[in-house]
Ligand binder design. Structure first.
Ligand code: ATP
Length: 350
């Protein structure tokens, strides 16, 4: 097994009384694309800066490509860490051509041409940064990062400055390029969509701590707690009571292995189905409160008799209207969490 591209253990960084990064562990295996996801102020940038060597940790240690670079008496300067960086704005030298940007500070020319090929911009080698589109500049920045043959590429919100359509196109392209290069990469982002759609592994941060690590399907489908559930996508919560591994709720019974007492059922809107009110129709009675139509689908908010509100994401063509009487059903697996104190839900979304 090759050494992990990044192995950071128990990293802590304080600014005054704030622990910007608080005993965080982070691992990127060789060849893996990992997304570091969290709301604003959760410590992503600080963690990235600790890995890159722009900050000195108060505690913990970092190894890059199997080599210790910080902590336990070791310190290695940023330019000796075998890290490639891609910043939000590309950070190319405006007075140098693409080829010279790639060659800057490097005695060997070898991989620069190869990396320009890889990002599909070999024909623009003699262009200046201002002659390139925003997306092209980011691809050049990626080529420059890869040309140094780094142990890991760190990407700091690289798509934020681009407009929506270009952002989606470029992020898919960047993921393909990184995979084609066999590179290991850590992508810092506050966009749930970006993290879920690109990464092999998502690391979720909150208030300086790593609160969950797993493949996209796992962090979305089996969130560690209510905060993660609500941060990663639309979620509504129904209270319940568990006895003998089964939770009773106003929406019916759900398996709640290992749980007793108060529980919370976290429902993603795509797991909630609506049907017309009527006899012999399955489901719990409810009333439509609001509908947002998106063409390909719609988000319908319904209120149950108890006053509980839920959202259902359903096929777009069914014209539900506020006030319609409906039957509400849960389809497919749900997340059942132990009830009790929960942190405030995240205010951000993608
Ligand atoms: P964003 O997505 O907004 O960039 P982030 O998740 O990257 O946020 P950080 O920038 O790492 O979060 O900040 C984490 C915490 O540390 C915040 O409370 C921030 O105010 C604080 N912080 C970061 N850098 C410094 C600094 N140089 N001096 C003082 N406090 C800092």
């Amino acid at each position: 097994m090759p050494a992990p591209a990044i192995d950071a253990v128990d990293l802590t960084k304080r600014f005054g009384r704030t622990a910007a990064v608080d005993a965080a562990d982070l691992r990127v295996e060789a060849g893996e694309l990992v997304a570091l996801l969290g709301p604003s102020g959760s410590g992503k940038t600080t963690l990235l800066r600790l890995l890159a060597g722009f900050e000195v940790p108060d505690a913990g240690r970092v190894a890059i490509g199997g080599r210790p670079v910080a902590g336990e008496g070791v310190w290695c300067e940023p330019d000796r860490r075998r890290i490639g960086m891609v910043f939000q704005d590309g950070a190319l030298f405006p007075h140098l051509t693409v080829a010279d940007n790639l060659a800057f500070g490097r005695p060997r020319q070898g991989r620069a041409g190869e990396c320009l090929e890889l990002v599909g911009l070999a024909a623009r080698a003699s262009a200046y940064p201002h002659e390139l589109s925003g997306g092209e500049r980011q691809r050049i920045a990626l080529a420059r990062a890869l040309a140094a043959d780094p142990a890991v590429v760190l990407l700091d919100e690289p798509f934020t400055a681009l407009d929506e359509a270009l952002r989606v196109e470029l992020r898919e392209e960047v993921a393909l390029i990184l995979r084609a290069a066999g590179a290991s990469a850590l992508l810092v982002t506050h966009s749930q969509q970006e993290a879920l759609s690109l990464a092999d592994v998502v690391v979720v941060m909150r208030e300086g701590r790593v609160v969950q690590v797993g493949p996209p399907e796992q962090v979305y489908g089996a969130p560690a707690d209510r905060w993660v559930a609500e941060f990663l996508g639309d979620a509504d919560v129904v209270e319940g009571h568990a006895v003998d591994g089964t939770a009773e709720t106003e929406l019916g019974r759900f398996a709640a292995p290992g749980l007793r007492g108060a529980v919370e059922i976290v429902l993603r809107p795509e797991r909630v189905a609506l049907g017309p009110e009527g006899r012999n129709v399955d489901g719990v009675p409810g009333r439509v409160v609001r509908r947002s139509y998106f063409g390909h689908d719609q988000l319908v908010q319904v209120e149950l008799a108890s006053g509980t509100r839920l959202r259902a994401r359903t096929e777009g063509s069914l014209p539900w209207r506020p006030g319609d009487a409906v039957r509400v059903r849960v389809t497919g697996p749900v997340v059942v969490l132990a009830g009790g104190e929960v942190p405030e839900p995240a205010a951000e979304s993608a």
